[in-house]
Design a binder for this molecule. Structure first.
Ligand code: PLP
Length: 423
């Protein structure tokens, strides 16, 4: 068969872009060669509807073992009694949990998107805001930190069936114990979505949601540094509180409801090549090297936040506990959109992001979100962070000066060009 040069040339172009640029998108990372090898393996050819040992297709002996290894490694990594590695993405993991726990029209309480939440936590443009009745909690204006008393107030008033603790743009640790107290007060199920900080949580350097939350979802491709995908976990399985019974009359376990919400509820065949890549990434995450990696991610983020503050930038909540920070650019006379576009011209990638109490639209925004997972994988250390902030500052000050942006791009290329994507 003729090689599809058109696509392979584009893949090469993207490879060059990743190699020579500074990747500061907080939700991105670079996977190892073995993760990539598994993701591009013959397992992509296999249909395997069902679960290990209970499939709707023949020939699943090998993928059964692969999927079970992925489940077992994730259980060890997160100290979980239940894991489902089949969700194709973080959104699909959340969709399945909602389907298992809610009926259309039920109230859900999530973190406001403009304060740092995710689309799937109740945004009106997403299934979660269309199918369910979303209400929100947010951060305190003065501190940029979640106001747990406000969470409790809204929960008591709105009586949600499900509370979601999790964020896409929140630089502080979360108090899952307090969330659970609130959930128990109103009889809600508590779900943590740890898509962003999962890698740091796995290594114990942030609060662990598994002892406190009924259900935990995550993506596998952010700080966890695996292939793009999702996962659902429970610290302890439990009988469903909705009165759903087996033929025997016993209450169904929550694991049964979650498994059937993933398949056949929301997905068909699992992506066994991606599940193999997840298994490899979980194996990598179990090593001491990954411990060093996550500690470095956090050190880098702290050093970067301090360098931004020293240059007069306003970081929401004045710092970071994790891998990222949200920068309010309103005192710099530039929108998030303009900053993102100018930075791309200098081969620096970030994403524009709304900041709490933003007066600009989600397409324009007043802020940018910056994270260190990807540059840490490429081997950068805390001493490199001030130089990166200097480059970003140069772009923001000179965002309309094309020559200056080209000059910064060549500095970025010199800094990154000799570093492998995965070190
Ligand atoms: N949940 C959170 C908190 C996220 O940040 C994201 C992705 O950005 C998702 C869910 C969705 O993940 P995916 O893009 O894999 O659907």
């Amino acid at each position: 068969m003729q090689r599809d040069e058109q696509i392979f040339e584009l893949i090469q172009e993207e490879h060059e872009r990743q190699l020579h640029g500074l990747e500061l998108i907080a939700s991105e990372n670079f996977v190892s060669n073995q993760v990539m090898e598994a993701a591009g393996s013959v397992l992509t050819n296999k249909y395997a509807e069902g679960y290990p040992g209970k499939r709707y297709y023949g020939g699943c002996e090998v993928v059964d073992v692969v999927e079970q290894i992925a489940i077992d490694r994730a259980k060890t990594l997160f100290n979980a009694e239940y894991v489902n590695v089949q969700p194709h993405s973080g959104s699909q993991a959340n969709t399945a949990v909602f389907a298992a726990c809610l009926k259309p029209g039920d109230t859900i309480l999530g973190f406001d998107l403009s304060h740092g939440g995710h689309l799937t936590h109740g945004s009106p443009v997403n299934f979660s805001g269309k199918l369910y009745n979303p209400v929100f909690y947010g951060v305190k204006k003065e501190t940029g930190i979640i106001d747990y008393n406000h969470v409790e107030e809204v929960a008591k008033k709105e009586r949600p069936k499900l509370i979601i603790a999790g964020a896409s743009a929140y630089s502080r640790d979360m108090d899952f114990k307090r969330f659970r107290e609130i959930a128990d007060e109103v009889g809600a199920i508590l779900m943590a979505d740890i898509s962003h900080p999962a890698g740091l949580i796995a290594k114990g350097i942030l609060n662990d949601p598994l002892p406190h939350c009924h259900i935990v979802t995550t993506t596998t491709h952010k700080t966890l540094r695996g292939p793009r995908g999702g996962m659902i976990m429970m610290g302890k399985d439990f009988e469903n509180p909705f009165g759903l019974k087996l033929k025997s009359g016993k209450l169904k376990k929550m694991s049964t409801l979650l498994n059937s919400a993933v398949f056949p509820g929301n997905q068909g065949g699992p992506l066994e090549h991606i599940i193999a890549a997840k298994a490899i990434a979980f194996g990598e995450a179990l090593t001491d090297d990954f411990m060093h990696y996550t500690l470095q991610v956090k050190k880098n983020a702290k050093a970067m936040a301090e360098a931004f503050v020293a240059k007069g930038y306003h970081i929401i909540s004045d710092g970071t506990d994790n891998h990222m920070m949200l920068i309010d650019l309103r005192n710099k006379d530039i929108s998030g959109k303009e900053a993102e576009e100018a930075l791309v011209k200098a081969d620096i990638t970030v994403n524009k992001n709304m900041v709490p109490f933003d007066d600009k639209s989600p397409f324009v925004t007043s802020g940018i979100r910056v994270g260190t997972p990807a540059i840490t994988t490429r081997g950068l250390k805390e001493d490199d962070m001030a130089a990166i902030v200097d480059l970003i500052d140069e772009v923001i000050i000179n965002h309309q000066d094309e020559d200056k942006l080209k000059d910064v791009a060549s500095k970025v290329n010199a800094m990154m060009g000799d570093k492998p994507l995965f070190s």
